[in-house]
Design a protein around this ligand. Structure first.
Ligand code: DCT
Ligand code: MG
Length: 396
């Protein structure tokens, strides 16, 4: 995947090293089978999870349950099903019978029933019930709009709204700027992005940063760094070695994108780092760095094989891009936090807290009151006493 490739390019490591690693992974896959099921580790940050999911038929079903509980904001089952899905994604074999599933960590009775149903009937009745549920379908539709979260979606649902046209026709619905742009660019943004499109965005953002801040560093993060083939946005970290300068980077970059006519939407959140107490204990809480959520115009000519990548006759498509600009001494924590996956991050923090009595977030790692500094992600894994995981092994 792109993340894997660009990683080795950026860090100047020969690709051969990565290949050797891959062979090692393959070798361990050959040796590991159902007999070793009991050795599956309970935390996602202890398991190597690539994008090659061998249990997709089960994890797709579990993800419907995760999404349903996310949309209806029911925390317990959401956490339980996310953990179960993540364990199944990490397995180097495909589950073909119930034997051994009771030994898997985080796989409880409900998940086992679901696996059994899928093995026996090819589908899960609970999942089918949810997929047919009007509330689920509506909340899923509404939250697919950029700027609309579960709370707003539920408010609209409770007002009796069921479609985009009803929302847009309702005089009492006030859309904020983000939501207006979400509707405006809905078709493009709901299509998701390919790795080729992400690479094109990386080139555009890279050129822009080099123009306005030649000493700044910009690196790809998020799902595409993990080697995903599709994503909903492209995430980048921008930083500079000049102290305090990171706060002026994003306005400069947005200004240059605007000049080029590429900026369709921007929401900038200046840093609140100086005001806040870190670490923050809630994962879902945003970090305090300067960040911006953008919609950019991506020209088809910039995309390799661009012909099919953009809508016919238009020559460009809208893409979602996030930029975050931490101070340089926080770079490693930001990179580890923003690379994801979300489940990997949740388990990293939980592992730090429960197993090591430490506190980890996107800003820092604390052992009691002591801040543990890190220059690279490897330093953070080492502080936690965890084996290093490459970004492409973090698809938990
Ligand atoms: N993240 C975080 N704090 C949040 C939300 C997300 O630290 N409040 C991290 C976790 C993943 C990473 O940022 C990127 O988030 P997304 O772009 O939402 O996820 P992704 O893995 O890149 O997947 P996709 O963009 O394809 O949905
Ligand atoms: Mg992303």
């Amino acid at each position: 995947g792109i993340g894997w490739f660009t990683e080795s390019m950026k860090e100047g490591r020969p690709v051969a090293v990565e290949t050797r690693h891959l062979i090692q992974v393959r070798y361990s896959l050959m040796r590991t089978g159902p007999a070793q099921q009991s050795t599956v580790c309970p935390y996602a940050c202890q398991r190597r999870t690539t994008t090659a999911n061998k249990n997709k038929r089960f994890t797709d079903a579990l993800e419907v349950l995760v999404e349903y509980h996310e949309l209806t904001e029911i925390e317990g089952p959401r956490v339980a099903y996310s953990r179960a899905a993540s364990v199944l994604k990490s397995l180097p074999w495909t589950i073909e019978s119930m034997g051994g599933t009771e030994a898997l960590p985080c796989v409880g009775e409900k998940t086992r029933t679901l696996i059994q149903e899928i093995l026996q009937y090819g589908r899960s009745f609970e999942v089918e019930k949810i997929l047919a549920d009007e509330r689920y379908q509506t909340l899923k539709l509404f939250t697919s709009v950029f700027g609309v979260g579960p709370k707003t979606a539920d408010k609209w649902y409770r007002r009796g709204l069921r479609s985009f046209s009803q929302i847009l026709a309702d005089p009492d619905v006030q859309l904020n700027r983000m939501q207006q742009n979400g509707f405006l660019h809905y078709t493009d943004l709901s299509r998701g992005l390919s790795a080729a499109e992400a690479r094109a965005v990386e080139a555009v953002v890279g050129e822009t940063v080099r123009t306005v801040a030649p000493n700044a560093r910009v690196v790809l993060t998020g799902g595409f760094r993990r080697g995903k083939e599709f994503g909903h946005d492209v995430d980048f970290i921008v930083t500079t070695a000049e102290p305090g300068r990171e706060n002026s980077l994003l306005p400069l970059i947005m200004g240059r994108l605007e000049e080029q006519g590429l900026l369709l939407f921007q929401a900038h959140h200046p840093s609140t780092l100086a005001l806040k107490k870190i670490p923050c204990r809630r994962f879902e809480a945003m970090d305090y760095y300067s960040k911006c959520f953008l919609i950019l115009k991506l020209e088809g000519s910039r995309v390799q094989g661009g012909g099919q990548a953009v809508p016919a006759g238009r020559g460009w498509r809208a893409v979602r891009v996030d930029l975050v600009a931490p101070p340089i001494e926080r770079f490693a924590f930001t990179q580890l936090g923003w690379t994801g996956s979300k489940q990997f991050e949740r388990d990293l923090r939980r592992f730090a807290r429960v197993e090591r009595n430490m506190l980890l977030d996107n800003h820092a790692l604390f052992d009691k009151a002591k801040f543990l500094a890190a220059v690279t992600e490897k330093d953070i894994f080492a502080h936690l006493g965890l084996e290093y995981m490459e970004p492409w092994q973090r698809n938990a």
